[in-house]
Design a protein around this ligand. Sequence first.
Ligand code: FE
Length: 230
Amino acid sequence: MIFRQLFDKTSSTYTYLLAERQGGEALLIDPVLENTEQYVRLIEELNLKLVLAVDTHIHADHVTALGALREQSGCATAMGAMTRAECVSVHFNEGEKLRADKLQLEVLYTPGHTDDSYSFLLPDRVFTGDTLLIRGTGRTDFQNGDPAAQYDSLFGKLLKLPENTLVYPAHDYNGMTVSTIREERHYNPRLQVSDKQAYVDLMNGLKLDDPRLMDIAVPANRACGALNAA
Ligand code: FE
């Protein structure tokens, strides 16, 4: 498998490039508009063909490259069935597969950070978007966020994965690149709660500023990254 973790310094976003083999099909998870040229060049250098670009959810902190990549490479663009974006060509649901050649990512619906948050599962790793971060969890105080739903996504789905499953989040602000389900279960401070109510209270007690780009990014992302949509 070809696997690349790319980092956007401005928004601390991780973008993932995946392909089964050199010369084959590729997919991108959570691409950032400003880095489109970098992705296109890397895909060319690795002799890959981009077939699919997906977002784990509508982001509030950066503008998606989905539209730009579709224009440049003719790839399909996909977001979850719960995403209110009409610009994507494919909407996926829980249990469906995202494919690049024989690579198959299983879609998990993991709402809570937003009501359109999804995770993508390979046999040895999971892309958790902003549902599960390394030693953190995505905020739940806007975009139809819901801490009780997030508790269910975390404890009912993600933490039930095999404990050596690698965790690749959509962001990291502390220099961490990868974790495991076991590490997060034991050392993630947000996950050391006794029950759902304790998690809800913890999340509702956070006092966070709005993301700097939110008023631009959310409307633009509903239009697959068209900035004039903002
Ligand atoms: Fe987010």
